[in-house]
Structures are given as C-alpha cells and as structure tokens.
Design a protein around this ligand. Structure first.
Ligand code: 5AD
Ligand code: SF4
Length: 478
C-alpha cells in the first residue's frame, strides 16, 4: 500500500455497532499507511462516510453530510471522499451518487471493505499520473502551473465496487480500536430473518459465522493487551454457528480467558433464544446480566406480519425465564410504532407488553418505509400524525419504567467499569454497571485522577434519573 507521511483522515459513521466496528477497520487501514486522525472533515485530506439505511432519516442525514462536504471538495481538489456501508448496497443510492454527486471518489459496500486500500491506491496513482501529464502540458505550452495558485482539477470518474453478496469471512484485517479497555468483536455477519420492515438482509447479506478458534484468538490478544470487556457483535448472535460450537458454547469458551472480566453481546432474536443461553446468565460470572431483546410489537398479529416467528406469550415466557435465571438482569428492547395496518387495539397490546415487562430501557422507532422490503408495499400505511401520537404514549410508558427500575438502585452498591472523567470535573467519572446502566459518580479530585478507564469500582447509588444513575465511589479494585 502507498504510504502517506502527513495526511489526515476523518470517518463519519452512521448507524449500528457493526458499522462502528467496520469504521475501526477502515481507520486501521488508513493508519497502517501513515494517515492520522483529523478532528473534523474540514481538517482532513480524506473523508469516509460509513452509511446506514435502517431508517429513512439515516438516508437523509447522509445526503445532508455529503452536501456539506461538497464545499470542501471545491476548495481542495486533492481531497479524497469515499462512501461505504449499507446504503451503498442499494443500487438506487449508487445511481443517485453517480448522477448528483459525481465528485465522490470511491464507493464500496459492506461485503468488500477489504478492497478499500486498493481502491484508494488506484485513485491516488491515477491522480498522480494526471498531475504529471498536466504539468508536462503546462511546461510545453509555457502556461502557468499550480505554483501560480491555479489548482489542477482532476477529471476522475467515481470508482465504484460494491459486491452483491458476502463471500467467505475475511480474517486478519487491521483495526484501530477506539478504546483500550473494551472492544467490539464480530462473531457473525448478515441476517437470514427477513423481518418484513427491515433492509438489513439486503444490505448485509446472508448469515456467516466466524470460526470459534479465530474469535478466541482475537479475544485472547485483546485481553493480553488490557481489554477487560468484549461485546460480541452480530445481527442475530443467537444463530451463531461455529464448528461444533453454538453461541452459548462460545461464551463459555471466552469466559476462560484470563484478564477478561465482562462479556456482552448484541443483538438477539427472541425466536432463537435457547434455554442453554438463558441458564448461562445464571451460571457464567463473566456474562453481563444484560440483554437487548427486540420485541418490535406486543401484538401477535403485528409480530406475524413482521415475520418475526414468536408470539407475545412466548416472548413474555422468555423474560420470566431470564429473570428466574438472573433476578438482577437488565432488559432493553426495540419497538416499532405504526407498522402498516397497526390498529389502536394492536398498539394497546404493545403498551400492555411494556407495562408487563418493565424494561430498563427501550429504543422506540417510528415505522419508516424501506424501499425493497415487503412492508413498503403493504396497504394501510399509518398516517404520520397517528404514528407520532402513539410514539409519545409509548415513550411515556418506557421512560416511566426506566425511572422506576433505576430508583430501585438507590442505596445499593454496584460494580461500575469506569469509562472516563467528566470534561469539567476530573473527580466526576462515568461508567457502566454489568447491567449496562450508565452511572456518573464522584470519586473526589484526588481519587478521580487515579481511576483509569476500565477500572472496576464499587459505587454507592445516591440518585436515579431516567437514563442514568448518580453515585459515590466506595472502592476501586483496579
Ligand atoms: N422502520 C422503523 N424501525 C426500524 N428498525 C428496523 N427497520 C425499521 C424500519 N423500517 C428498527 C428495529 C430494529 C432496529 C435496529 O431498528 O426496531 O430492531
Ligand atoms: Fe432486520 Fe429482523 Fe434481521 Fe434484525 S433479525 S437485522 S430486524 S431482518
């Protein structure tokens, strides 16, 4: 790969943790070739936008960002702009880029991020050749060159390489981790579920799992380098299949690694939750007592039309079993409001389910049409004002439960993994409990300075808010 001594890069990432993780790989490639991070796109020589297409507003934000970056490109023709991620897997988006944003240099997809370094080399080499040619021409015609302040404008076509399907899992890509003490580890890619509202199976392809031995080796390396917490990532981690190793076996394998303190995972599908996994919450000390278990709707009829393959009773039984196995477990979910055809009575079933489960937190979404998915063509799309009105009622219920569940922590002492000090007050730290609750706590200016990100602290909870807890340091075990 071509080396660059002083160039700066900036990556803008939209969407989920899979995208965050892909951006770490892209940063790894760039740092391998000498690029260093820039604070913003204005300071950068190269910008990558890693896109998300899960909901309509993510599409809009991408095109808005691209519009802002155009000005930068106009001032600095050397500037390189690449776009990648889920949106690029949709042909109509790539067509729109070709037509309206022809100054984008590189377009690649979710299945071939490993081709990015080669594409970048090709762009830079082709520019160098054009520059040489223009210099020769200018010298021959005795015209003024770039030194006179006339920047040379490249006539370069957008380089596009988007693979339609994921091939074998690519191992060994470099990556630049965002944190020293925690890491995201992909265990599987893609999704076979085809929920009728969801674009992911079309943008991330079919399910593919990594070999357990490769995952274990990666986590061992991370733990040896000081990582205490890993989050295992996949669209549907419960359907992870290694050679003779299922998802729960993988958790137990990783739990043996010295130095690793916490194991988390994202995301689960209720239809694939096994009793074996539920029991692991009671059995495996390193498995964090937290599960994100998207329910999407509390109505059997809506769940069926979403193609989710469970009933509300089955879902509620899973919740009961989880709380039996690990009474302290914290549970979060995703809920979509205003799925096509959702009646008031069906929405009331969702509210009722929220009351019954009592989630610690929930991500609530307005249904958004995703072109190419079955639900986009369903009749009875719900009017925006009805969606918003239901959404507000749902958020009220969700927030009320979050606060009530947080209040139950007041007076208790919990273990918190410190994440960092507040910018304004070095003695005030933030961190997460095993149940993923955010805790802001006072350690005092002297003690605060000694607690490093990743340290496990005992914290006494003094106050509960809807989205966080407040506490005081009791002890720091390092
Ligand atoms: N509209 C609204 N929300 C959606 N999600 C996925 N697709 C859509 C859509 N078309 C939500 C689901 C999923 C989360 C990541 O995003 O709740 O679990
Ligand atoms: Fe989308 Fe459903 Fe797959 Fe989740 S399980 S990524 S919601 S298709």
């Amino acid at each position: 790969m071509l080396q660059s001594d002083s160039k700066k890069y900036h990556i803008i990432t939209f969407g989920c943790q899979m995208n965050e993780r892909d951006s770490e790989t892209l940063a790894g490639y760039l740092e391998e070739r000498g690029y260093t991070p820039a604070g913003s796109h204005e300071e950068a020589d190269l910008v990558l936008i890693n896109t998300c297409s899960v909901r309509d507003n993510a599409d809009k934000r991408f095109f808005g960002t691209l519009g802002q970056i155009k000005k930068h490109k106009e001032h600095d023709p050397d500037f390189v702009i690449g776009v990648c991620g889920c949106m690029m897997q949709q042909q109509y988006i790539v067509d729109e880029i070709k037509e309206k944003y022809p100054w984008v240099d590189i377009v690649f997809g979710t299945h071939n991020i490993h081709v990015f370094p080669e594409m970048l080399d090709e762009v830079l080499i082709s520019r160098e050749k054009q520059l040489e040619k223009a210099r020769r021409e200018a010298a021959r015609k005795q015209e003024p060159g770039e030194e006179d302040g006339t920047p040379f404008r490249y006539r370069q076509k957008t380089m596009i390489d988007v693979w339609k399907e994921g091939g074998d899992v690519v191992e060994g890509m470099p990556y630049k981790r965002l944190y020293d003490y925690k890491a995201f580890v992909n265990i599987m890619f893609g999704c076979n579920n085809f929920c009728t509202y969801c674009i992911v199976p079309y943008t991330r392809g079919r399910e593919r799992s990594r070999e357990a031995a490769n995952i274990k080796a990666e986590v061992e390396r991370l733990a040896a380098g000081g990582v205490k917490e890993v989050t295992l990532l996949g669209q549907n981690v419960n359907s992870y299949r290694g050679k003779d190793v299922d998802f729960t076996d993988l958790i137990y394998m990783l739990a043996q690694i010295d130095g690793l303190e916490r194991i988390r995972f994202m995301t689960s599908h209720p239809k694939d939750i096994s009793d074996k996994l539920i029991n692991a919450f009671g059995d495996c000390g390193k498995l964090c007592k937290f599960i994100h278990l998207p329910v999407q709707s509390g109505s059997d009829e809506v769940i069926r039309r979403m193609n989710r393959h469970y009933t509300r009773d089955q879902y509620l039984r899973i919740i009961d079993k989880l709380r039996t196995a690990a009474p302290d477990i914290c549970i979060s979910t995703d809920i979509i409001v205003g799925f096509p055809g959702e009646t008031e009575a069906q929405f009331a079933d969702t509210l009722d389910l929220v009351e019954r489960v009592g989630y610690d937190s929930a991500f609530t979404f307005l249904y958004s049409i995703r072109p190419g998915t079955p639900a986009a063509k369903y009749p009875d799309q719900i009017p925006e004002e009805v969606k918003h009105e239901r959404f507000d009622r749902l958020v009220e219920a969700v927030n009320r439960h979050s606060l009530a569940r947080n209040k139950a922590y007041v007076g208790r002492t919990v273990e918190v993994m410190a994440e960092g000090a507040s910018k304004r007050d070095a003695g005030r730290l933030g961190g997460r409990t095993d149940g993923f609750k955010l805790v802001n706590f006072d350690a005092g200016p002297a003690a605060g300075g000694l607690i490093r990100p990743g340290n496990l602290c005992k914290v006494k909870i003094t106050e509960a808010k809807t989205f966080s807890l407040v506490g005081e340091l009791v002890t720091d075990r390092g």
